[in-house]
Design a protein around this ligand. Structure first.
Ligand SMILES: C[S@@+](CC[C@H](N)C(=O)[O-])C[C@H]1O[C@@H](n2cnc3c(N)ncnc32)[C@H](O)[C@@H]1O
Length: 223
């Protein structure tokens, strides 16, 4: 899977996408992450990427021609990909969840376009396949949402986590009412801490009963 991230702030990604599971996935060649500076696709000598809104109002709006250049350039760098998805990070997009993360694993290239400032020229919507929001709040830019997508999709790719370890995680299955199941409670030593004991069932050694208990616990409501 190749991720192409179009952003005004590529430096924001260096720490978060260079550690732990993402780092190992890159080293194993399971993912590749390419960062593209949006300013490089500006059409003027001052490298402007935004302008004031028509009709007046506060803030600056990211220009459609600059984003069009950027997306086209990234696509020509990847002529051999079979399944490509271009995503605009936007608070008004479809709300991201684990089902959407799973559905994104079928692409071999995901292009993520990060906004900043007041937002995008409306015509940028026509240049992408979909708009995704990571929740009903407004962030300063699309960089954190892009990191969320890269991380959550990468964990689901074959070979990234130890075999089956994603299966028992929260949000991987649903009950008959279409509610996500959550991960069962986990404990480790000590057996007792400040009067709180590990449930007896987990100390019983009865693996069938433990599995049954865990399955029940996965139906808990969210706290
Ligand atoms: C300050 S926000 C613009 C908010 C816009 N003026 C509005 O009211 O909807 C700048 C950029 O951050 C990104 N962004 C902010 N919140 C987001 C969210 N919840 N999900 C995805 N992207 C978000 C988008 O790329 C957006 O264009």
């Amino acid at each position: 899977m190749r991720f192409d991230i179009i952003t005004l702030f590529p430096e924001m990604f260096t720490g978060s996408l260079s550690e732990s599971i993402i780092k190992r996935a890159k080293e194993k060649g399971l993912i590749d992450i390419k960062l593209h500076q949006l300013r490089d696709f500006s059409n003027d000598k001052h490298y402007n990427v935004d302008d004031t809104p028509y009709g007046g109002g506060k803030g600056m709006v990211i220009k459609v021609d600059v984003v069009d250049n950027a997306i086209n350039n990234v696509k020509t760098q990847n002529p051999n990909v079979k399944k490509q998805r271009t995503v605009l990070l936007s608070p008004r997009g479809r709300t991201y969840n684990q089902d959407l993360a799973k559905s994104m694993t079928k692409y071999d290239n995901i292009i993520l376009v990060c906004g900043h400032y007041e937002g995008f020229d409306e015509r940028i919507s026509d240049l992408v396949d979909e708009e995704i929001s990571i929740g009903d709040y407004v962030l300063t830019g699309g960089e954190i949402p892009a990191m969320v997508i890269v991380d959550s999709v990468t964990r689901l790719l074959p070979g990234v986590l130890a075999e089956d370890s994603a299966e028992s995680e929260s949000f991987m299955e649903k009950d008959s009412d279409d509610n996500y199941l959550l991960e069962y409670p986990q404990y480790t030593r000590p057996v007792e801490h400040k009067n709180k004991k590990v449930p007896d069932i987990l100390l019983s050694g009865n693996h069938a009963e433990i599995a049954k208990w865990r399955k029940e616990q996965m139906k808990r409501k969210r706290s």
